[in-house]
Ligand binder design. Structure first.
Ligand code: AHR
Length: 511
């Protein structure tokens, strides 16, 4: 009797430990497209993102540049396929007066960057520099207008300056500043975090202000219809979304924003590299909260907009930790480890799986700030693990999302648990199927059995990003320590695929 109980116990434990994760890919049920704009980035006048990051100045003879923008960054971002680039903030946007950033650089007025370190902003990087940068990397510009301390006229002038062909004071000014043809900027933010740094407004008040600003932001008769994004909620502020969807006529609203950072505790964020497993677990818990936020904000939007015309735009997301020791606390400079790769992989899977409503997103921020894809130090430049995840995942851009059913093991820490495996899938225009898988468990490999429903495949290939420890990162001494390599852990047998994901790994498979 005792023997049987022991045997049963052994069976139960081993079954629990080695139970397979099961993924069913419904290849015949695709309906929605994963917009390339989910792969948007964010460049704020904050710390060393613009100055000392993107922009090293036209006169710089030590760092190769195109009109002052680093050529190595341009090349890296071209490869990344940046859907859109948001600028100039963030909180900075609601203090920014765009006319200070045009015309001869030596005549531009300076200002104090009150939000970020109190440094002097000399306005040497302005509208022309940013829009030309977007052209150079092939990204759509996303301009965030100043609602908090600006005027309706200032924002409508900006639209006219960038988008109207000719025949107005703003277009003449643009031409006098050296740009003949308009850039036709489509995506515009109407303020930023209006509930906080953008004016501490109540949602009803902001909804009214939005209506006023949006009325005077027109497409000035050219073909680029404006895509206006209302300043959205933070995390679980569902009332904000409810009021905006209720009070703003949808004919003047193309997107509603949402901001969510993966932060353990705003007063005790913890280090970016030497974090404990407890801190890792908590970060991943907040990262995975994105699933609930996106689902519940979407449900509210569905109530007012069942045809899903208005997009949910997650225009700030990413990990946020303590700044690197010895750096300016107002510059938000942090290293980027495999933890960030886990945040990137799982968050993008969430966006893919909600692509019917989430049609735009912006990782914060591109260079040297928060969850950056690129870090620079003088002439040196490196690509972070987050960069590599976004590059591996860009095969999903503008592909048909394929619904999946997923049953997974847990990653347990103490008495708490999180799903160990995250996934999403799509079929591109050439018919290739891509499956992205993430194993966030720092200690245990996960075997996933994938059943291909509605598709046949002759073979599988893939790439993996992994490293022995979740705290590992690329440094200026070892810039290529973590990079994607070929993946050999998948075998195909008929319509069944077996995949072994090492601990802390991101895998993209191609069928
Ligand atoms: O990304 C840093 C800051 O975080 C942005 O400026 C602001 O919008 C948010 O609070």
């Amino acid at each position: 009797m005792k023997k049987i109980t022991l045997l049963f116990l052994y069976w139960s434990v081993s079954h629990a430990l080695f139970a397979q994760n099961r993924l069913t890919l419904n290849a015949d049920l695709g309906r929605d497209t994963i917009s390339h704009n989910i792969y948007g980035h964010f460049a704020e006048h904050l710390g060393r993102c613009i100055y000392g990051g993107f922009y090293v100045g036209e006169g710089n003879i030590t760092i190769p540049n195109r009109n002052g923008v680093r050529t190595d960054i341009i090349e890296a971002l071209k490869k990344l396929k940046v859907g859109n680039l948001r600028w100039p903030g963030g909180c900075f946007a609601d203090t920014y007066h765009w006319k200070d950033g045009i015309g001869p650089k030596d005549k531009r007025p300076s200002m104090k960057n009150v939000w970020w370190g109190g440094v002097t902003e000399d306005n040497s990087f302005g509208t022309h520099d940013f829009l030309n940068l977007c052209e150079a990397i092939g990204a759509e510009p996303y301009l965030a207008g100043n609602v908090g301390s600006g005027t309706v006229k200032e924002l409508s002038d900006w639209v006219e300056y960038t988008n109207q062909d000719s025949g107005s004071p703003m277009t003449e000014l643009r031409k006098a500043n050296g740009r003949e043809k308009p850039w036709n900027v489509k995506i515009w933010g109407v303020g930023n975090e209006a509930w906080g740094c953008g004016g501490n407004m109540k949602p009803e008040y902001y909804a009214n202000i939005y209506r006023q600003y949006a009325t005077f932001m027109t497409d000035w008769g050219n073909s680029a219809k404006l895509y206006r994004v209302a300043s959205g909620a933070s995390d679980d502020d569902y009332n904000w979304t409810e009021v905006l969807m209720r009070d703003i006529p949808h004919k003047m609203l193309e997107g509603v924003a949402l901001h969510h950072y993966s932060v353990i505790d705003w007063s005790k964020k913890g280090p970016a590299t030497s974090f404990s497993e407890d801190q890792y677990f908590k970060t991943m818990k907040t990262a995975l909260d994105m699933e609930e936020f996106v689902t519940r904000h979407s449900t509210i939007m569905d109530k007012y907009d069942p045809k899903k015309k208005v997009a949910l735009v997650v225009d700030e997301w990413g990990g946020w930790y303590d700044v690197e020791p010895g750096t300016n606390p107002g510059f938000l400079f942090q290293q980027n480890t495999m933890r960030d790769a886990m945040i990137a992989g799982t968050t993008l899977n969430i966006f893919h799986n909600h692509c019917d409503r989430v049609r735009m997103a912006n990782l914060a921020q591109t260079v040297n700030v928060l969850q950056a894809v690129i870090l620079t130090e003088g002439e040196k430049m490196l690509l972070t693990p987050t960069y590599h995840v976004l590059e591996m995942y860009n095969v999903h851009q503008d592909a048909l999302q394929l619904p999946i059913d997923l049953v997974v093991n847990n990653y347990t820490f103490g008495t708490e648990k999180l799903p160990a495996v995250s996934a999403s899938a799509s079929r591109d225009k050439a018919g290739k199927i891509h499956i992205s898988l993430v194993n966030i468990d720092p200690a245990r490999a996960q075997e996933v059995s994938v059943s291909l429903r509605g598709a046949t495949s002759k073979g599988v290939s893939g790439r993996i990003l992994t490293s022995p420890k979740v705290q590992d990162y690329n440094s200026f001494d070892q810039p290529n320590r973590i990079k994607p390599v070929d993946f050999k852990g998948a075998t195909l047998n008929g319509d069944m695929l077996k995949v072994t994901l090492p601990p802390v790994s991101v895998v993209v498979l191609e069928l």
